[in-house]
Design a protein around this ligand. Structure first.
Ligand SMILES: Cc1ncc(COP(=O)(O)O)c(C=O)c1O
Length: 366
């Protein structure tokens, strides 16, 4: 039996008619740039996240970068984030001209350890950027409390957590803004690149609309140096079709995660993911740890079970970020965990039989 890591083809086939109709509407109206599909998606996604505004942009990376720019964060400022994340989180800080500072992860959640934040804050710190990693929200209450005490903005990286909740609140709605990616394999994915920033702050939303549109506040009037980073209408049309399915897909992911956790419990040397009390994960990834991770991954591949690693090289060990400040020095939890992380197949198109086969295969690894 073959078990793919993600299966976007099956999902497309199940939505084929709706998707074609939505794309046809964009093409026949020739409303390609910031048209009705984008406005509709921004309204729908803000409502879904429980925020007043949503600004569609060209990617999750741009959502983070433009959010920092629109908040006025730049050279001379520091932004605290984590070492175990996709590189785009940290690139956003560097591209805004600010200095990233990386804190370690909290075992067993893999997200930002709030207990380390005080040691990371300096007079230059302007923002904290927690990442809701693998679909699980970061521990937001202590992060928001420390941010409030030091007068810092909290910019949520929710690229992997569409629809997740922390103590009843949707990811993206807790900080000053939340940044999403619609990269195809995400829980809500477009058919190319896409991203969005959600916020309750009207001034921030307006600033983001200027930054994403070449710094233009009204036709040919440019108060700031901006970017061409508009969410494409064709992508917005796809996202409008897919958004009503998101909760159902997230429930399926939860179901498969529960099957994995039941079936793999007690497997020697295997560390299973845990959900933090008060959190509702949307299981973007189902990440286990094993001391012989590479052998296990190769063994599973031989059995046609395809896995991923998120992420094999943490940010502080990337050449691009040589010398970055880490708290504590060398972020030991992240550094050790990176050698053991393994993401099992996880997507809503899995079947119970496939999950049973993955469980049997992992258990068969000697
Ligand atoms: C945690 C995180 N942040 C940011 C991004 C960047 O999103 P995009 O690929 O849409 O630019 C991703 C996407 O992989 C991500 O996983």
């Amino acid at each position: 039996m073959k078990v793919q890591f993600v299966d976007l083809v099956s999902q497309y086939q199940s939505l084929h008619h709706e998707i074609h109709e939505a794309l046809e509407e964009v093409m026949s109206s020739a409303s390609f740039v910031l048209g009705g599909a984008v406005t509709a998606f921004e309204r729908n996604f803000a409502a879904y996240c429980g925020t007043k505004h949503c600004v569609g942009v060209a990617s999750g990376a741009d959502a983070l970068h433009l959010a920092l720019r629109a908040l006025g964060i730049g050279p001379g400022d520091e932004v605290i984030t984590v070492a175990n994340t996709f590189i785009a989180t940290v690139n956003a800080i560097a591209l805004a001209g600010a200095e990233p500072v990386l804190v370690d992860a909290k075992d067993p959640w893999y997200t930002m350890d709030p207990a380390l934040l005080e040691a990371a804050v300096t007079p230059k710190t302007k923002a904290i950027m927690p990442v809701h990693l693998y679909g699980q929200p970061a521990d937001m209450d202590p992060i928001l409390e420390i941010a409030h005490r030091h007068g810092l903005k909290v910019v949520e990286d929710a690229a992997q957590a569409h629809g997740a909740r922390y103590k009843g609140r949707r990811t993206g709605s807790m900080g000053v803004c939340g940044c999403f990616s619609f990269y195809p394999g995400k829980n809500l994915g477009s058919y190319g690149e896409g991203g969005a920033v959600v916020t309750d702050d009207e001034a921030l939303a307006n600033a983001l609309r200027v930054y994403r549109n070449c710094g233009q506040s009204e036709k040919y009037i440019h108060p700031v140096v901006g970017f061409n980073s508009r969410l494409h209408s064709m992508q917005a049309a796809v996202l409008n079709v897919k958004l009503p399915y998101l909760d159902w897909w997230n429930e399926k992911r939860s179901h498969f995660a529960a099957l994995y956790s039941d079936g793999l419990a007690g497997t020697p040397d295997l560390v299973l993911p845990e959900v933090m009390p008060g959190a509702e994960s949307v299981w973007h990834l189902y990440v286990v740890r094993h001391p012989r991770r590479d052998d296990l991954m190769a063994f599973l591949k031989e059995r046609d079970v395809f896995c991923g690693i998120h992420y094999p090289v943490p940010i502080h060990l990337q050449t691009a970020y040589a010398g970055v400040r880490t708290v504590p020095e060398g972020v030991p939890v992240t550094t050790v965990e990176a050698t053991q992380l393994l993401s099992l197949p996880m997507h809503p198109e899995l079947t119970d039989e496939q999950v049973a086969y993955v469980i049997e295969s992992v258990r068969a690894f000697g």
